[in-house]
Write a new protein. Structure first.
Length: 190
């Protein structure tokens, strides 16, 4: 498989009809081994897509659920930015990538675009992300986009194998710098 041109990845609001593509990886054990969800049944993925799409009409909106697309592949991942505290301008990002595109920088690009949206469009002051301490790939993504490792939150998420801890990372507005040569934002709101 040829390497993807990451500069062609864009974010657009998730739609219900994205569920079959999302299900291609949400139904796989390796995609969700560190998550409280999955492997999803078709119905579970449909319910996720329906709720994620509906988040775009909430007022006020606190959940921004996107699909990441590329001209060569179509949908290759998802990303979310959730507002955790409105007054303190704090958000949290998360992402998931189709297994076929692991190790190509796709998760890092999705995470970077989510941070760009949070800082530039929503004017957040702090963006956080957590990952399972065993998930070294996700911790590397967060480091790659400039997040600071802050420590471990103990027993935060119940997954199939039991309670798991969460490594917490953050990026604050004074530390945010778009990647060199970053063009105009690559997201659409419609």
């Amino acid at each position: 498989m040829n390497a993807l041109d990451l500069s062609k990845i864009t974010l657009r609001p998730i739609r219900y009809d994205d569920w079959p593509r999302i299900h291609e990886w949400a139904s796989r054990e390796e995609s969700c081994r560190y998550q409280p969800w999955g492997p999803n049944s078709e119905e579970e993925t449909r319910v996720f897509a329906e709720a994620a799409a509906a988040s775009w009409t909430a007022d006020p909106q606190h959940r921004y659920a996107w699909v990441a697309t590329h001209p060569a592949t179509g949908v290759l991942g998802i990303g979310e930015l959730n507002i955790r505290h409105v007054a303190w301008k704090r958000g949290e990002i998360s992402y998931s990538v189709h297994c076929d595109y692991w190790g190509q920088g796709v998760a890092s690009e999705i995470a970077r675009l989510l941070c760009q949206f949070g800082f530039e469009a929503l004017e957040l002051e702090r963006i956080e992300a957590t990952c399972d301490p065993r998930n070294s790939a996700s911790a590397a993504v967060l480091k790659r986009i400039g997040m600071t490792y802050e420590g471990v939150l103990r027993r935060t998420v119940l997954i199939r194998s039991g309670w798991r801890d969460s490594k917490i990372h953050s990026l604050i507005r004074p530390e945010w710098t778009p990647a060199p040569g970053t063009p105009a934002p690559r997201w659409t709101l419609a």
